[in-house]
Ligand binder design. Structure first.
Ligand code: ADP
Length: 550
């Protein structure tokens, strides 16, 4: 029996894919490129990747002085700013793990996350110190809290263990020879926001982070390059700001870090002043920006593209963005997938499509980045055809997808199929070009008479009505049909569209049997910690809602 010959190996060097290589590269090749940040008071801080690299070296030395060892978890509670950026690189650079924590989570979730991760230190923005002071007595492993501030700005605290970031950096040397270690070493830790249960940890490696950064630069509409000024509006505590703080320094794009003020007016002002060309964030933010422009008649002078992900964007939002001459790009992913798994590149999707069809194609979440493979399966695990119509659950595999959750065997056991593919819990269709369109999240599905109704499609259609500012469709139990949709809307300021008006508008836009059985008006959508509509809270609020058809 012939045996396979040994493979012939390539004769190339092998260097580990380490995050420290990104900042070294940026300092060397894009050293003059600016990084601008705005703090909670609206003060601007400006420096370059070259300056950042020096402060990152000082921070790395300071962390070692503080006693941070490889593998330790170092938590951050901070908005998007230059010191947070420095922590991303210094913590992982010395082999420790940068654990970014979402300050908008509920107290119990925060306490759970810090204790579960066994963080030794918290690096917190000064305005988040009241939150830290509130929870710290319940945190079992925290040894010190470092405030991201100058000595003169330090908040009052009785604790000896509250330290000043700038004092810590002090006179530490501004150069470092980064240690070399296995590229599979853990670098960053993010917990899911708990939309569908207890927060679960995704532990990224250096390798997965570098690969994700590289592939997401390529998966970008009209590229992301050294002519760009990029604003990650998505928070740095939300899946590492979708990897942009790693991608931008590689691409040589300047970065504008907007701090905590993310309302439409503040974003617009910063975009104009700093000549931002590209930005990324959840649809809620872009809706706020569009509303501001509508009310003020403002325009976007420099912006050329907006990336939207984290939740589905509506056609109304996409058209509002495009009316300002700005390209819209949809992306999809999860905390578990680093997060970007697909992007919908406008340059390719429109091939062969025109008019309305081309426009509607932008609603799709897109095609996988290099290194990500997907499968569509039915309830029984059998493959669902890629015909753009049949829907199933999306499963993923790839270098940037988790292999298990951090210290959570039960959640890990439930999250993978027999072949090791990750179950996203997202339901959608894939067309013949491999383009994904989500219809729902498994937990948000509406099943009427045994058939699925897409809540995303219903919401998109409702958002086309000029009197609707926000819309969410949820399932309400129904004696005959099992479940029927209730449409919950937030009216546009100064408007109060009636139920009949909304249903009349939807009649021509969705299948007859999809028409919501009722429409409820509320003042504001409950949002999750990452700015998405919280369907769980809506379902609780309307638990006893009586449908007129029941
Ligand atoms: P959480 O699971 O707590 O909401 P994630 O940020 O990991 O936190 O959310 C991932 C989920 O967000 C996906 O499973 C999907 O349901 C939803 N999502 C992400 N991007 C999109 C998108 N472009 N369109 C629709 N839904 C999206």
């Amino acid at each position: 029996m012939p045996t396979d010959p040994d493979p012939v190996l390539g004769l190339m060097m092998e260097r580990p894919l380490l995050i420290s290589s990104i900042i070294d590269y940026a300092a060397c090749v894009h050293g003059h490129v600016p990084v601008v940040s705005r703090d909670a008071q609206g003060r601007m801080h400006r420096y370059t990747y070259g300056d950042a690299a020096k402060r990152i070296a000082r921070l790395a030395h300071a962390l070692k002085t503080l006693g941070v060892r490889p593998g330790d978890r170092v938590a951050t509670l901070a908005w998007n700013g230059h010191r947070h950026f420095e922590l991303y690189y210094a913590v992982s650079g010395i082999g420790a793990i940068c654990h970014t924590v979402n300050p908008r989570l509920f107290r119990d979730q925060l306490v759970h996350i810090f204790n579960h991760a066994e963080d030794r230190f918290i690096f917190a923005d000064p305005e988040l110190m009241p939150l830290v002071e509130d929870i710290v007595r319940d945190l079992r492993t925290i040894e010190a809290i470092v405030v991201l501030a100058e000595a003169a700005e330090m908040p009052e605290s009785d604790r000896k263990s509250v330290l000043c970031y700038e004092t810590l950096l002090g006179r530490q040397p501004d150069a470092i020879d980064w240690p070399e270690f296995d590229e599979k070493t853990a670098a960053a830790l993010c917990y899911t926001s708990g939309t569908t249960g207890k927060p679960k940890g995704a532990l990224y490696s250096h390798r997965s982070t570098v690969l994700h950064a590289l592939s997401s630069i390529i998966g970008h509409d009209n590229r992301l390059d050294s002519t760009d000024v990029f604003m990650p509006v998505v928070p740095m505590f939300h899946v590492c700001a979708w990897g942009y703080p790693y991608a931008c320094p590689i691409a040589g794009a300047a970065m504008v870090l907007p701090g905590p003020r993310l309302d439409g007016a503040s974003l617009h002002e910063l975009m104009e002043e700093e000549r931002v060309t590209l930005a990324a964030g959840v649809p809620t933010l872009w809706y706020g920006l569009m509303e501001h422009l509508r009310q003020t008649g403002g325009s976007l002078t420099h912006l050329r593209g907006l990336v939207s992900g984290g939740a589905a964007a509506s056609l109304a939002l996409i058209e509002a963005i495009e009316s300002h001459g700005v390209e819209f790009m949809h992306g999809w992913g999860l905390t578990e997938t680093s997060p970007v798994a697909t992007t919908n590149l406008s340059s390719t999707v429109q091939s062969g499509l025109e008019g309305d069809a081309a426009q509607r194609y932008k609603l799709r979440q897109g095609r996988p980045l290099h290194g990500v493979e997907f499968r569509l399966v039915g309830d029984d695990g059998a493959p669902v055809p890629r015909d753009g119509t049949a829907s199933g659950e999306v499963l993923l595999r790839g270098n940037t997808v988790i292999a298990e959750y951090y210290r959570d065997e039960a959640a890990s056991a439930a999250a993978f199929d027999a072949d090791g593919w990750f179950r996203t819990g997202d339901i959608g269709t894939i067309d013949e070009y491999g383009c994904l369109q989500l219809t729902d999240r498994a937990k948000d599905l509406i099943k009427s008479g045994g058939e699925w109704i897409s809540s995303i499609d219903l919401e998109n259609a409702a958002l086309g009505h000029s009197g609707v500012a926000a819309a969410a469709a949820i399932a309400i139990p129904h004696p005959k049909w099992g479940e029927r949709p209730l449409l919950v809307i937030v009216p546009q300021e100064g408007e109060s569209p009636s139920k009949e008006d909304i249903l009349g508008f939807l009649k021509d836009r969705v299948a007859q049997w999809w028409l919501p059985d009722d429409v409820a008006h509320i003042d504001a959508m409950p949002l999750t910690a990452t700015g998405k509509v919280s369907k769980r809270q809506l379902r609780e609020r309307f638990r006893d809602h009586k449908l007129p058809t029941a």
